[in-house]
Write a protein that binds this ligand. Structure first.
Ligand code: PRX
Length: 653
């Protein structure tokens, strides 16, 4: 993202507005003084094992660990010798308290149906489904795929897997059958949990059908469990496919949580990297749970009586950590909504905020930009006075969007936490602490206690204030990924080979004279489309798999709503391309990856610009896609006429 990142540096350098925490918020905050924050950071620095060990006492362990931290990055083990269960920490431990009858999940379906599960009810459902999994032959250590809509059964299935030590792999419902097959094959999943379909903007989105197609290509899967959500027709294969409600009718609600080693893999979550093949980011149980629990408490300043709503889909890491594991480990009431923000109209989110008196609201900049476009009349129609804290995640937030969020949604009284983190980091790493940190639009401010970032150049030298560089972590943290499933070499290569001794995040950033971090975006070939990661190479290989395509180059370009749009330059084997082929290629990419990878632009080109060594010059293509004059160096270009032709085409369009 070189060019857009440069522009962002320019724009954020001009940002000087500061918003101190409102006094009444600061007075009641969980972390309420700068001294407390500094003391926590200092302790974590001087004695990491002492710091994290003390923090880990906030979880319930079946057996206490022998050592807090063993080894150094990349090979770290946290809480070795300790035994723990994530499901126990999210459920059972609350049943011994008054929270037994507190709402754990408040759920609203897109059509308006609702369901509330108390901690006790959720526990019962989870125990039953854990017994269902056992009955289907799932054992500790097996992988189970979840391809589901945002319904309570998704959280139930996750916690049931965790309860018996099966590693879940959740695939976002927007992925295609091919993407499911690839992930199932990589993880060697034994069971798939899905639904007949889900609701999206009043339409049924078929899910079971995609699973059926995927199973033609993935042989490890033995059983499929189907939730009856929308009531559409599905084909049930005897001895392979089972209805959730039928299985649940016939099992006991007694299923004690299995004590698991702290390092036991809790889940795999696939994310895009800079090569075509998605990476199976693997998280542990003890360390991940500690990060999820603490960061939810610190950053969202949770109070017992809060109604907390994170609008992400559980198919992404944000939903894992901040709808399910983090909030439930804290005994919070977490709200879950199934559908689109603009159904039946653009006021749906605000209607939900008013209806459930939501106190904490966590969403993505891409959603905020859509709200701005839809107009203030929608939020203005509802009573949003219950809100006390707002959050964002997924991409750098543009200052205009930040200010709108602050004024129109937060009524200038709610702190905004701009949280930087990644699938790999498991939990929030850089973020304001809402009771103490003055915020400034576009900056995710400072590291949380125990997180030790730096900005370095290509050779690993720490950079001075206000110089851009690569964002790295110089010390391990408990909730970091442990490996890429089945490819430990790629894990080391991707995150630990670029900068010696550090975890390399893949983002460019700078630190200002306040010590605040400003994340500018990816420095590799990864796009951030609506806060979701997509690899340019993954889209290129999808295009090239079409019989008429000879070569493809994919780049991002600035997009008002999505942050980054997808622009594909396509060279055909013969002919000039037609509108029909354009539609066909768009469908082809959707079929290969899913709707989230739908190209915004496909441009047919006679050739793409390459260096003499044959590397596609993406920088030039990015300029063309963004409609910018190319200022970059073109001296290494192999054939100048290719660029001239592309630019001439641009002018004539
Ligand atoms: O580029 C950063 C951007 O999203 C990437 C991580 O993507 P993913 O693993 O899909 O997780 C998204 C949700 C945690 C990062 O490498 N990113 C995420 N949050 C921010 C951000 N960029 C700037 N500011 C943020 N707050």
């Amino acid at each position: 993202m070189s060019a857009p990142a440069d522009e962002r540096i320019e724009s954020v350098l001009q940002e000087t507005r500061m918003f101190p925490p409102p006094a009444d918020f600061a007075a009641q905050a969980n972390i309420s003084s700068e001294e407390q924050y500094q003391a926590m950071c200092q302790k974590a620095k001087d004695d990491p094992a002492g710091f994290w060990g003390e923090m880990a006492e906030n979880l319930d362990w079946f057996k206490t660990w022998d050592t807090v931290l063993e080894g150094d990055m990349p090979e770290t083990k946290w809480f070795s010798g300790g035994q723990i269960n994530a499901s126990y920490n999210c459920l059972d431990r609350h049943l011994k308290t008054w929270r037994k009858n507190k709402a754990a999940i408040i759920w609203e379906g897109e059509p308006g149906d609702t369901r509330t599960l108390t901690y006790q009810e959720l526990h019962r459902e989870v125990c039953k489904f854990a017994n269902v999994l056992k009955k289907l032959g799932v054992e500790t250590g097996d992988r189970v795929t979840l391809y589901m809509p945002m319904i309570p059964e998704l959280a139930i299935a996750m916690l049931a897997c965790a309860r018996i030590g099966a590693t879940h792999s959740i695939i976002f419902g927007g992925f295609s059958a091919d993407a499911i097959a690839d992930r199932n094959n990589d993880a060697q999943s034994k069971v798939v949990i899905t639904a007949d379909g889900g609701w999206r903007r009043g339409k049924e989105i078929a899910l079971k059908q995609n699973v059926d197609t995927s199973l033609e290509k993935s042989s490890s899967v033995e059983k499929v469990v189907v939730v009856n959500r929308v009531g559409c027709d599905v084909e049930m294969v005897p001895d392979r496919d089972y209805w959730w409600h039928e299985l649940m009718d016939d099992v006991s609600a007694d299923c004690p949580a299995t004590p698991l080693d702290s390092e036991h893999p809790l889940f795999i979550l696939y994310t895009s990297g800079s090569t075509g093949k998605p990476k199976g980011v693997m998280h542990s149980t003890g360390g991940y749970m500690l990060g999820a629990m603490l960061t939810t408490n610190w950053v969202f300043d949770l109070k017992e009586e809060d109604t907390y709503w994170c609008t992400a889909d559980i198919g992404w890491i944000t939903g894992h950590s901040y709808i399910v594991y983090g909030p439930l480990a804290n005994g919070t009431t977490t709200l879950m909504y199934e559908g689109a923000p603009n159904w039946p109209d653009e006021g749906r989110f605000w209607e939900i905020v008013e209806k459930y008196q939501v106190n904490i609201f966590y969403t993505a900049p891409t959603a905020i930009r859509a709200f701005i476009k839809w107009g203030d009349e929608f939020p203005n129609r509802y009573d949003l006075s219950s809100l006390r804290l707002l959050g964002t995640v997924g991409e750098p937030i543009n200052p205009e969007a930040w200010m709108w969020y602050h004024k129109v949604i937060g009524r200038e009284k709610c702190p905004i936490v701009d949280t930087w983190w990644q699938t790999e980091t498991g939990g929030i790493m850089l973020s304001p602490l809402p009771g103490i940190t003055s915020t400034t639009p576009g900056s995710c401010t400072r590291p949380l206690p125990g997180v030790v970032p730096d900005i370095v150049n290509e050779t690993g030298e720490s950079q001075p204030e206000n110089s851009g560089g690569l964002l790295v972590m110089t010390q391990p943290w408990p909730h970091m990924l442990r490996t890429l499933y089945g490819d430990h070499d790629r894990f080391i290569e991707t995150y630990f080979s670029k900068i010696d001794g550090c975890y390399f995040a893949g983002d460019g950033a700078r630190r200002d004279d306040n010590g605040y971090y400003w994340v500018m975006g990816r420095v590799d070939d990864v796009l951030n489309v609506s806060g979701h990661r997509l690899s340019t190479m993954e889209i290129e290989s999808a295009l090239v798999s079409h019989p008429e395509v000879a070569e493809a180059a994919v780049v991002g370009f600035p997009h008002d709503l999505k942050g980054e749009g997808i622009c594909c330059f396509v060279t055909l084997k013969s002919g000039n391309g037609s509108d029909e082929l354009l539609k066909e290629l768009t469908q082809h990419v959707r079929g290969q990856i899913g709707a989230i990878a739908t190209p915004d632009q496909i441009r047919f080109a006679a050739a793409v610009p390459k260096t003499r060594s044959g590397k596609i010059m993406r920088r030039l293509l990015r300029d063309i896609a963004a409609g910018r004059e190319s200022a970059g160096d073109t001296t290494t270009l192999e054939d100048r006429s290719v660029l001239e032709k592309l630019m001439a085409k641009e002018d004539s369009e």
